[in-house]
Design a protein around this ligand. Structure first.
Ligand code: GDG
Length: 724
């Protein structure tokens, strides 16, 4: 039975040493809960670092055995690896870059090398347990290279990747010297999930600019493999937070805390110590609020939990000092005997304590400068059993895309935060309830289990799509099979695309004339009376006539507009009109005016806008605009708009290569049928072929063809083999 392998930097377990013995406590994190339903079943397994350095081999064995009982497998890291790969490259290079704190990035080749080494170490661990049909789900920024490393030794594996932090815009990401290697690592996946659409489009844009790979319908073609990218906001274990809010321990804590804090109204914030969380900005906003609205003094307190993190590292140490100073200043200036403005705790708490805080808070202040998602705001909402309470949420948190009923703020705008605090504290209860209900409904539905199922479903969708598109390499054995069938047949039908299939690409279109080798091949093919050879091309009929007219050959020109059967005259396939051209031409010329490097090609029954020479990205942007504009302009005209390789083509909707090929298939039944082509227009030909036909694709893109070769020269080899 195939298994699922979860991989993350940390295992969902906390190991401590008490009196020389190891004590194991399973982690209560959202991810661990959500994935619990997966990794604890059958042979499934979770691979990761156990969270401490274990130098002794015997101890490692003990830990490995103990964890195996819990379906976990440790990757042991040395103190240097932890320092360089985890604290270094992951947290001092990737973390600031992905959160737009680029001034904090450490660029260091040694740290990058350590990151590569440790990713390889994880890959080795996976290799120990991976079997051909298994699924691998890799998590987060510490393991960006891992998907490709796994792909290298298991080309067929199902590999999913989820990024828990933001993916930065191209302008930020490009700063990293190792940006291409990082993308290559990620593109080893079959499915890549991000929290928000913004993260996903930033990723696609970097892939386009740095790896030169475009996308359509959120799918990218990488090395002959289709991969899927999607926005998949992570949810929380809603039931857990809902039921914790009525747990007796939570209720008794609430009573205790109230005695300490008094009956003041309460605002709550909970974060790990990190510059991305916007803690000083929040404190300044609260200070300004107290200054500006004296009537709220002695009535509202801020309960601020900061969970200790990396406070020996320079930037974090400075941040901690800044927070301490601000809290001291505000409490010193505004505090009274019976009222403390800020209750500040630099420590972590058990779940029931958090739950009591969530219950007590009138307002949650979740104001990060950047956050992949932010689960605290979701937990606050799930804990509000009486539906009272207001969420103030930074628009820089992924969660803001889902929780539009919160008061959304820009954390750089202190004035706006001050107003939001006042608005929240004055919000009528009825309004609080309506907003809370809407958000609760959504979080209940899109909970952590939904997220896990959806991830798995998306991964298997793309795997199925890949299987459906499987195109075999045309090796010697298959080639021989084609040759044998060809020789045995009395009637044969051969469809050949021209550019890219019979000849290579050349920037001078006139250079594409058949050379001596091709003339020889076509002569042999067309002089065999058993053959009907149809060249089926996008080129205009004059050129094709001039180059191929001397052979006993049949021709389809302009992607199926014009056809020329043996010994007959050129004709159009149906009664076509071109009276639509002037109007569409005007639209296209408008785009040529605005887009240097682009031009329009005029054909008898189609117009093509080319943008090969336009600045990368701009052409694609214009294409989106143009195609949506053309949707309206062509709506009543029986035209279709097709996006190709750096072109947009508008043509009569009756016309495509497949329809033209169909005419021969119907009129000239043959025992041997073969079609060769290289681009998206040839896919129509492939799809129109009967089941017993041989279809051969040139190049790496996914295709409906059943065989593939690398270059046009391979087609020549095949055609020579047929006529030998
Ligand atoms: C990443 C992304 C993304 C906090 N203090 C205590 C405590 N917590 C719990 C909270 C919450 C979790 O920690 C923090 O969740 P976040 O979402 O804020 O951030 P991370 O998990 O660190 O980081 C983030 C997330 O991944 C998921 O994809 O949302 O954007 O940075 O669950 O309740 N838990 C306990 N005591 C505490 O004192 N028990």
């Amino acid at each position: 039975m195939p298994k699922t392998i979860i991989v993350s930097n940390r295992l969902p377990v906390k190991i401590t040493q008490e009196e020389g013995k190891y004590v194991y406590k399973s982690s209560e994190g959202g991810l661990a809960t959500g994935l619990g339903s997966i990794y604890k079943e059958g042979d499934n397994i979770w691979i990761g670092w156990p969270g401490m350095s274990v130098p002794n081999t015997e101890n490692r064995k003990d830990i490995t055995n103990h964890l195996a009982e819990e379906n976990m497998r440790p990757v042991f890291l040395t103190p240097t690896e932890i320092e360089e790969y985890y604290e270094g490259f992951s947290n001092e290079t990737l973390w600031p870059n992905f959160h737009y704190f680029n001034q904090y990035i450490i660029f260091n080749e040694e740290l990058w090398k350590a990151y590569q080494r440790v990713n390889k170490k994880f890959a080795k661990e996976i290799a120990q347990v991976l079997e051909p049909e298994d699924t691998v789900w890799i998590h987060d920024y510490q393991l960006l290279l891992l998907p490709q490393l796994v792909r290298d030794f298991a080309p067929q594996a199902s590999i999913g990747f989820f990024l828990h932090i933001p993916f930065p815009s191209y302008e930020s990401f490009r700063l990293l010297p190792w940006r291409r290697e990082i993308l290559k690592g990620m593109l080893g996946s079959d499915f890549l999930g991000f929290h928000t659409y913004d993260d996903m489009r930033h990723f696609l844009s970097s892939v386009n600019r740095l790896a030169g790979l475009g996308n359509s319908n959120s799918r990218i073609n990488v090395d002959n493999r289709k991969i899927l990218v999607d926005a998949l906001p992570m949810g929380i274990d809603y039931d857990k937070y809902e039921s914790a809010a009525s747990h007796p321990e939570t209720l008794s804590r609430e009573v205790r805390y109230r005695t300490g804090i008094g009956n003041h109204r309460l605002m709550l914030s909970i974060d790990r110590l990190d510059y991305s969380k916007g803690i000083p900005q929040r404190l300044k906003a609260f200070e300004l609020f107290l200054e500006r609205y004296p009537s709220f003094r002695e009535k509202v307190s801020l309960l601020m939990i900061v969970v200790p993190s990396r406070d020996q590292v320079g930037k974090y140490k400075e941040l901690k000092e800044e927070i301490d100073l601000l809290v001291g200043r505000i409490n010193g200036n505004y505090g009274r005997m019976n009222w403390t403005p800020i209750h500040y705790f630099y420590r972590s708490f058990p779940l029931t304590a958090l739950s009591a805080f969530y219950r007590m808070a009138d307002v949650a202040l979740v104001t990060p400068m950047r956050d992949g998602m932010n689960l605290v705001c979701k937990e606050f909402i799930a804990s509000k059993l009486d539906k009272r309470g207001v969420l103030i949420l930074s628009e820089m948190a992924g969660a803001s895309k889902e929780l539009s009923d919160a008061i959304l703020i820009n954390p750089n705008n202190i004035e706006q935060m001050v107003k939001a605090i006042k608005k929240a504290l004055e919000m009528p209860e009825s309004k609080q309830k309506t907003n809370m209900e809407t958000m609760q409904r959504s979080l209940k539905r899109y909970n952590i289990h939904h997220w896990v199922n959806l991830f798995m479903e998306r991964l298997s969708t793309v795997k199925n799509e890949q299987k459906a598109l499987e195109t075999k390499q045309l090796d010697n054995q298959y080639q021989q099979q084609i040759v044998n069938d060809y020789k045995a047949a009395k009637k044969r039908l051969i469809f050949l695309d021209y550019d890219g299939t019979l000849v290579g690409f050349n920037s001078d279109p006139l250079e594409c004339k058949p050379n001596k080798e091709l003339v020889d091949i076509l002569t042999k093919l067309t002089t065999d009376k058993k053959n009907r050879v149809v060249v089926i091309s996008g080129r205009g009929r004059d050129t094709l006539e001039a180059w191929l007219g001397s052979f006993d050959i049949e021709i389809v020109a302009e992607h199926g507009v014009w056809i020329k059967e043996r010994k007959k005259k050129w004709r159009t396939i149906t009664t076509l009109t071109d009276d639509w051209k002037p109007e569409i031409m005007k639209v296209l010329e408008g785009y040529v005016n605005r887009t240097p490097g682009s031009f329009v090609e005029k054909k008898d029954y189609s117009l093509v806008w080319h943008y090969r020479k336009v600045e990368t990205g701009l052409g694609e942007e214009r294409t989106r605009e143009l195609t949506s504009r053309l949707k309206y302009a062509t709506g009543d005209k029986n035209l279709k708009v097709l996006e190709g390789n750096k072109v947009v083509e508008i043509k009569n909707s009756e016309v495509d290569k497949g329809r033209a090929a169909q005419l021969w298939i119907n009129n000239y039944p043959s025992e041997f049928i073969m079609a060769c082509g290289d681009d998206w227009t040839d896919e129509d030909t492939f799809r129109s072929m009967p089941k017993n036909a041989y279809t051969v694709k040139v190049g790496n893109n996914s295709s409906a063809a059943n065989f593939r070769v690398a270059e046009y020269t391979d087609i020549r080899v095949l055609l020579k083999a047929l006529t030998k």
